[in-house]
Design a protein around this ligand. Structure first.
Ligand SMILES: NC(=O)c1ccc[n+]([C@@H]2O[C@H](COP(=O)([O-])OP(=O)(O)OC[C@H]3O[C@@H](n4cnc5c(N)ncnc54)[C@H](OP(=O)(O)O)[C@@H]3O)[C@@H](O)[C@H]2O)c1
Length: 270
């Protein structure tokens, strides 16, 4: 749907690009002409993913934990040596676990905040200093989550993603003088590898949960990749500091009574 040369000569970095949503984003950017680096912590699946993605374009990989500044700097160095520049950063790496708020201990809380909030900030800061500020330009897309009404059952990730959303607004203004655009994508429930990691009772709930999504389906990884490519492209040149929900209107669904359906049955009995 996009022009096949949309990202020709552009260099992109996708965190968590070995799986799920990140893999789909990396694949789509490669198909649109970008040179893409993927990073994640586990080297073996990362190398395998890069091998598969090579069928779509110029891809490289490097093992990196986004919580470790030195490792992020090593990624920047590798990109500098290979391409000499970076145009697009997609902060997609993240993870969380379902838990009642009162049962989350310090370690669990800090782990999610450290990964989903601190890691995303470290990536933004390091890539801005290494590339975007000296280049006088760059684009950042931060993948968050549907936090519109809070995130019951995952308070840690709700807080971390809200932090990323506010950081994105701040940096959109603070770094506008460097011609850096930042936006968030807030995916609803997306059928991806991330969902497989939830325990069976939560997996069983997913079928019922679909009914609460106005568009009547979960999202696909391609839905998120499409929106990410749009925000990373010149088509979004005047969009910065916003959050784009990719969730079939899940975050807006206040129809707890099913009122429209009741009205329909009243108007058309039988
Ligand atoms: N699927 C959904 O419904 C959904 C909805 C809203 C938001 N999200 C968010 O969207 C993102 C992608 O989700 P997904 O479904 O594709 O899940 P996924 O397959 O579990 O992807 C997460 C990726 O992040 C990497 N990662 C995690 N911590 C990292 C760290 N400290 N440093 C570097 N890489 C790290 C993982 O690789 P390693 O394990 O090798 O590090 C993995 O490749 C996640 O942030 C997720 O929370 C997903």
């Amino acid at each position: 749907m996009f022009h096949p040369d949309l990202f020709k000569d552009k260099v992109a970095l996708v965190s968590g690009g070995r799986s799920g949503i990140g893999y789909a984003i990396a694949k789509m950017m490669l198909q649109l002409g970008a040179k893409v680096t993927i990073i994640s912590r586990k080297e073996v699946p990362l190398e395998k993913a890069a091998g598969e993605l090579a069928a779509f374009g110029a891809v490289q990989y490097k093992a990196c934990d986004i919580r470790q500044t030195e490792q992020i700097q090593a990624v920047a160095q590798q990109i500098k040596e290979k391409h000499g520049r970076l145009d697009i950063l997609v902060n997609n790496a993240g993870g969380q676990f379902p838990a009642l708020a009162e049962m989350i201990n310090d370690k669990g809380w800090n782990a999610v905040i450290n990964n989903n909030l601190n890691g995303t900030f470290f990536m933004c800061r390091e890539m801005a200093n290494a590339f975007f500020i000296p280049q006088k330009g760059g684009i950042i897309v931060n993948i968050i989550a549907n936090i519109y009404r809070g995130f019951p059952g995952m308070v840690h990730t709700g807080a971390a993603r809200a932090g990323v959303e506010n950081m994105t607004r701040t940096l959109a203004v603070e770094w506008s003088c460097h011609n850096i655009r930042l936006n968030c994508i807030a995916p609803g429930t997306i059928e991806s590898s991330g969902l497989d990691q939830y325990p069976p009772p939560i997996q069983e709930m997913f079928g019922e949960a679909k009914k609460a999504i106005p568009l009547g389906r979960f999202g696909s990884v391609e839905d998120v990749a499409n929106a990410t490519c749009f925000l990373a492209s010149p088509l979004a040149a005047y969009i910065t500091g916003t959050s784009l929900y990719v969730d079939g209107a899940q975050h807006l669904n206040s129809d707890v009574m099913g009122l429209p359906n009741v009205i329909k049955s009243f108007l058309n009995p039988g």
